[in-house]
Design a protein around this ligand. Structure first.
Ligand SMILES: Cc1ncc(COP(=O)(O)O)c(C=O)c1O
Length: 375
């Protein structure tokens, strides 16, 4: 028998994303729920021909166009096959076996996944009970031991919370030899960025994606930004043809119609407020979010509620598999009609939702100013 590497044998089985999501109301993966700009689809139809498909992708022009859009120099941008590939490229380039990754918990699991594939160890620091990043503990951990890299989703998934800029600065300065990745996949719904900081902090890597607000998840295009020294190493460690031609053509058209993305993000923010108020009125605990989803504590019947919604054609993400998030569902926020339909369906299962009227601590969490939207 041919055995895989030890690091692979140690991995728990990867659970692939759900199949059969087409045609349903997809409130489970934080995608754009209404679709990308029509102009992107039209441009793709026009662009596809045998000659284009025969040729290996060429990147220079697309990279220049996207760099100009994001306000960076072309050498500060690495195109990747989604943020997932950006994370893998960071691991392929910088992680040796037994290196340490520092992450908050809970967070997007792919950082730890690719780090473990590379043979690294992960140090997790839990969010506090109000879902704030315990940044002092992060700084302490960075000062105590060698850490190869830190991964911070900002806003974080699944909490939707943002990290204050002062905390990010403290983390960047605590260990200048530790690479700090700030994943801004949900930037368009939050509006805060540290992208210009790549010129100030030589250990900072920022990522963005076309999978969320831009509505191009199927095409897989991510952007990784850092100073020229880091990007040169990253390009050396990267799969040379990671990004396909159609993804790059689509992104270059999508940015011309980004007014539609901003309009959609505005609609999502409005619905996020509506949904949050709806939860508050029913005393259902939730984490105030800066992203296009809301982590909500519905109680011990969470799996049953998710099953009921699924039977009605609404897909949501059950986080109960995380021992610290038992009873939590994460709802992606989309259009007005979708949000209303979600609330109507939840109303129908209200007997299954636990609303802990006695748990006043939750009320305090809801109004906490650090988490954004209600501040
Ligand atoms: C924080 C975060 N980063 C990255 C991704 C994945 O992005 P991409 O589709 O660009 O790989 C997700 C997807 O859920 C996410 O939540």
């Amino acid at each position: 028998m041919i055995r895989p590497r030890k690091a692979i044998e140690r991995l728990t089985q990867y659970r692939p994303p759900q199949e059969g999501r087409g045609g349903k109301m997809r409130l489970d993966f934080n995608e754009n729920t209404v679709g990308c700009a029509r102009q992107v689809v039209r441009a793709l139809r026009r662009a596809v021909n045998p000659e284009l498909l025969t040729r290996y992708p060429e990147y220079d022009e697309g990279r220049r166009t996207l760099a100009a859009y994001f306000g960076v120099a072309p050498e500060e941008l690495v195109l990747t096959n989604g943020t997932d590939d950006a994370i893998k490229t960071v691991c392929d380039t910088f992680v040796d076996p037994d290196d340490t990754l520092l992450v908050p918990a809970p967070t997007f699991p792919v950082y730890e996944f690719f780090h473990s594939v590379a043979g690294g160890k992960t140090l997790r620091i839990r969010y506090d009970e109000n879902f704030r990043l315990p940044s002092k503990k992060f700084v302490g951990a960075l000062k105590r031991q060698p850490v190869r890299w830190v991964a911070l989703a900002n806003p974080n998934n699944p909490t939707g919370t943002q990290i204050p800029h002062a905390d990010l600065k403290a983390i960047l300065l605590a260990a200048p030899d530790t690479l700090v990745l700030v994943d801004e996949a949900y930037y368009d719904f939050a509006g805060e960025t540290v992208l210009p900081w790549i010129r100030k902090y030589p250990n900072l890597v920022v990522t963005r994606t076309f999978s969320k607000a831009f509505g191009l998840a199927a095409l897989r295009l991510g952007c990784l930004f850092a100073n020229g020294m880091l990007t040169e190493s990253l390009r050396r460690g990267q799969n040379p043809f990671a990004v396909n031609s159609l993804a790059l053509i689509s992104a270059c058209v999508a940015i011309q119609y980004d007014a539609q993305v901003r309009k959609y993000a505005g609609e999502v923010r409005w619905n996020r407020t509506e949904f949050s108020r709806w939860l508050e009125a029913r005393e259902i605990p939730y984490v105030p979010s800066s992203a296009n989803f809301v982590l909500t504590r519905v109680g011990r019947h969470a799996p049953e509620i998710a099953r009921h919604l699924r039977a009605e054609g609404i897909l949501v993400r059950d986080w109960s598999y995380d021992p610290h998030l038992k009873g939590y569902l994460r709802f992606t926020i989309g259009s007005v009609a979708q949000t209303r339909r979600l609330m109507a369906e939840l109303e129908r299962v209200k007997n299954l939702i636990e609303s802990p009227r006695g748990a006043r601590a939750w009320k305090n969490m809801v109004s906490h100013p650090s988490t954004g939207w209600f501040a």
